[in-house]
Design a protein around this ligand. Structure first.
Ligand SMILES: Nc1ncnc2c1ncn2[C@@H]1O[C@H](COP(=O)(O)OP(=O)(O)OP(=O)(O)O)[C@@H](O)[C@H]1O
Length: 767
């Protein structure tokens, strides 16, 4: 009876809320129409209200202000219209599901408890005075995530408010209909969470606002430290938390920060697509997204050939020769280390006094300023002036020199010839310019000479323009040569810096030389190269970005972190990752970005130990792959035991997998066949494509649809699927200890079912 009464009361509250939302939408739509009409009218009558008078300076001022006023009026109307459209969208979202929870809170010293309904946005009553629905990010809403009924508190404006939570209730409201409600006890409705986690996978990660767990809430709302490190096991919600955190920051700093001032650094474009719907679903604009290699590409792309992270990874994963593997790995590791950064800092100090390399300035095949002359000019300044500042002086000097050369060039024969070859258009352009300058008289005997001179000036100027542009962009600095010189054991500074170089320096030199001669910047060289370039040419910074989130942070090197820190000097950072999913070789032997020591005492670290993605059975198997005793706490969700199937050959492997996919397709929407490399994927694709409808995902895939997917493990990073089939987990395929985490990452992508196939003996990681 009591339940029935509560149900009716809640239905009534929902009805009232929906009516209010409906009313608000109508009201705003009416206003929006008004703003729109106003803007149209203003555009039509824009000049009616402006008297253009340019007779005196005062008249000009008056005209200017009149126009300015009209423009402001117009943009006010347009802004108000945009705001109205945005608000309608928010209310339309609320119409579907106005709120997902209610808590009743009796503040100490008060008589009546406050009923707090919590949804994805705030809803005020008709008079805009009382809150009918609280935004989940409001300080008071935090109690929903942090407490069970009983003593509770929240912080607002630096003050801690205490009281008692009398009720905690959850609702499932779909299409404006109350479908169920339940009062919760210990944690945020395990039942509701279980329901959500048991659903099928999606092409996009979902918002989790209704079921954020207390430990996740702490991370989402943490604002005190410059660097927040989040280390969480596979499936613990790091990505989900990162996205809700962006939404929280946008709410909390709504007057100071906009979405385009927040940057999420992601592993690849596929991942970008996977996460890009959460913020819009929460009514916020999306943050910016960038992969590290995209940034490198922007800086170096056109001048060099770049090695992509996946290429480096594939190269190592397919290296059969152990000795080669070790050499490559040690080179990659060293280049990612802070020891190498230290060596580079010493190198830059050395270059401050000698050794910088420049390029000759060549015009029409002739060296007009030699590299030697540039070097002498550069080193004529005292070394107390920084390298970038001295380069600015050199730049100015070179531009002056170019002006002199330009003048001298005008009387040369080639210019005369070029003048003859000019077309009509060039002639008439120069004619009108001379007329405009007033130096063309139409009857003077030297008009012809003047015209020729003018044309010569133009021709020479045009030819010098690219050179001037290059000088302005400091292209006369031979940055590739300077980087290459570091790896030259015959160079004069080798002896000076030798004590800082590792034992295998010779290998490093050889390997790097081979690449750089081909103008190939290997992935391990990208961050050091940019670092050196900035030290020499001047630091490039982006001060607009206020917060950087690095997801899958275990796969970035300390050197890359340095580059990012210098690029975003004003930004706070949230660094999220899992050491057990380290797959990129440059991080194997270096301190992890999850290590607070890297941040000079400015970092706070939070840990997530519970995994929400996979069933208990899958977590039990995948935890065993980590043979270091680490504990992964499973959310209590059951499913079938993962299976390990040994087959004698590839033919049978493919047959068994096809059968399995056909069975799984009847109950799941997203089934992933995960291979070790792209090469393996391509071979498997050829065998499967005629028998099942399968999407091959490669490094360049930007989006996937629900269905059957075939992909290498590194592309599955960060993503999840209903069922995962590991293609060939044989001892031969996954043999190196350094591939353990790679294999673990692949297996932990499974939400509901995991199938492992192996041709003959299975990898020792599963034993
Ligand atoms: N509080 C929560 N409520 C509902 N779902 C959750 C919650 N926390 C995590 N999840 C779900 O668990 C799954 C794993 O989350 P997510 O991908 O963010 O984990 P992760 O820690 O980034 O994983 P990985 O490191 O393995 O890529 C997602 O489906 C996410 O929606």
């Amino acid at each position: 009876m009591e339940n029935q009464k509560e149900w009716l009361e809640e239905k009534l509250y929902l009805e009232d809320s929906l009516n209010l939302i409906h009313h608000k939408i109508k009201e705003i739509q009416l206003k929006e129409k008004g703003f729109k009409e106003n803007a149209v009218a203003l555009k039509k009558t824009f000049w009616n209200d402006v008297r253009v008078n340019l007779d005196t300076a005062e008249d000009v001022d008056e005209t200017f202000f009149a126009i300015k006023q009209q423009v402001e009026l117009l943009s006010d109307s347009e802004l108000a219209q945009q705001r109205a459209i945005r608000n309608v969208k928010v209310y339309e979202r609320l119409q579907q599901s106005p709120y997902f929870a209610r808590i009743d809170f009796l503040q100490n010293g008060e008589k009546d408890p406050l009923k707090i309904y919590i949804g994805v946005a705030t809803l005020l009553d008709e008079q805009d005075e009382n809150i009918i629905i609280y935004d989940w990010r409001a300080p008071i809403s935090s109690m929903y995530y942090d407490y069970t009924p009983g003593d509770a508190s929240y912080e607002t404006l630096g003050e801690e408010i205490h009281g008692e939570m009398l009720l905690k209730r959850q609702f499932i409201i779909k299409n404006g209909q109350l479908q169920s409600m339940f009062n919760t006890g210990l944690t945020i409705g395990d039942d509701l969470l279980l329901d959500i986690l048991a659903q099928n996978a999606n092409e996009h990660i979902r918002s989790i606002v209704a079921t954020i767990q207390a430990e996740q809430n702490k991370i989402i709302r943490h604002v005190n430290s410059r660097y927040l490190i989040v280390e969480g096991v596979a499936g613990s919600g790091k990505t989900a938390v990162a996205l809700q955190r962006v939404a929280y920051l946008l709410y909390r700093y709504r007057n100071e920060m906009t979405a385009d001032q927040i940057l999420l650094i992601t592993p690849n474009q596929l991942f970008n697509q996977y996460v890009h719907t959460v913020l819009p679903d929460l009514g916020e604009d999306n943050m910016q997204q960038l992969t590290f290699i995209e940034y490198v590409e922007k800086r170096l792309g056109r001048q060099f050939q770049l090695e992509y992270p996946y290429e480096q990874l594939e190269d190592l994963l397919t290296e059969k020769d152990d000795a080669h593997y070790e050499t490559k790995l040690s080179i990659i590791s060293y280049k990612a280390s802070l020891d190498f950064k230290d060596l580079m800092d010493h190198y830059v100090s050395y270059l401050s006094n000698k050794g910088l390399l420049f390029k000759n300035i060549v015009f029409r095949g002739e060296r007009i300023i030699t590299a030697q002359e540039i070097s002498e000019y550069f080193y004529s300044f005292p070394s107390s002036i920084s390298i970038p500042d001295r380069l600015q002086f050199v730049k100015e000097w070179l531009l002056q020199q170019l002006t002199k050369f330009e003048r001298a060039e005008r009387t040369k024969e080639w210019v005369e010839e070029a003048t003859e070859l000019l077309d009509k258009e060039d002639y008439s352009k120069s004619y009108s310019e001379l007329l405009y300058e007033g130096s063309y008289t139409e009857n003077s005997f030297d008009d012809f000479d003047q015209e020729r001179q003018k044309l010569a000036r133009q021709i020479v100027k045009k030819h010098f323009k690219p050179l001037r542009n290059s000088v302005t962009k400091l292209k006369f600095v031979h940055i590739l040569g300077i980087y290459r010189q570091l790896f030259d054991q015959n160079s004069p500074f080798y002896k000076a810096l030798q004590h800082l170089m590792p034992d295998h320096w010779e290998d490093i030199c050889q390997h790097t030389h081979t690449n750089l001669t081909k103008r190939l910047i290997a992935y391990e060289d990208a961050a050091p190269f940019l670092y050196l370039q900035d030290k020499i040419e001047g630091q490039q910074t982006n001060t607009m970005i206020r917060h950087v989130l690095i997801d899958e942070a275990q796969d970035y090197s300390p050197f890359q972190l340095t580059v990012l820190q210098q690029l975003f000097p004003k930004a706070r950072m949230t660094i999220l990752g899992d050491g057990h999913q380290t797959i990129h070789p440059h991080t194997f032997e270096n301190p992890s970005l999850l290590d607070p020591e890297l941040y000079g005492g400015q970092a706070e670290k939070m840990i997530l130990t519970k995994s929400y993605r996979s069933t208990k059975q899958i977590i039990s198997l995948t935890s065993n792959i980590l043979n270091d005793g680490s504990e992964v706490e499973a959310f209590n969700r059951n499913g079938p035991e993962p299976s390990i199937t040994i087959v004698p050959n590839e033919l049978e492997l493919v047959d068994r997998i096809i059968q399995n996919i056909n069975n799984l397709s009847t109950k799941f929407e997203t089934i992933a066949v995960i291979c070790k490399t792209t090469a393996e994927c391509s071979a498997v694709y050829e065998q499967l494509r005629n028998q099942i409808d399968i999407q091959l995902i490669t490094h360049s895939t930007k989006q996937f649809k629900k269905g059957i997917l075939l992909l290498p493990a590194y592309m599955a990073k960060g993503i999840e699927f209903d069922a995962v089939i590991i293609y060939n987990a044989s001892a031969a395929n996954y043999s190196r200890e350094s591939e353990r985490y790679y294999f673990y990452t692949a297996c932990t992508r499974a939400m509901h079912e995991l199938f492992i196939y192996s041709i003959n003996k299975v990898t020792s990681f599963l034993q």
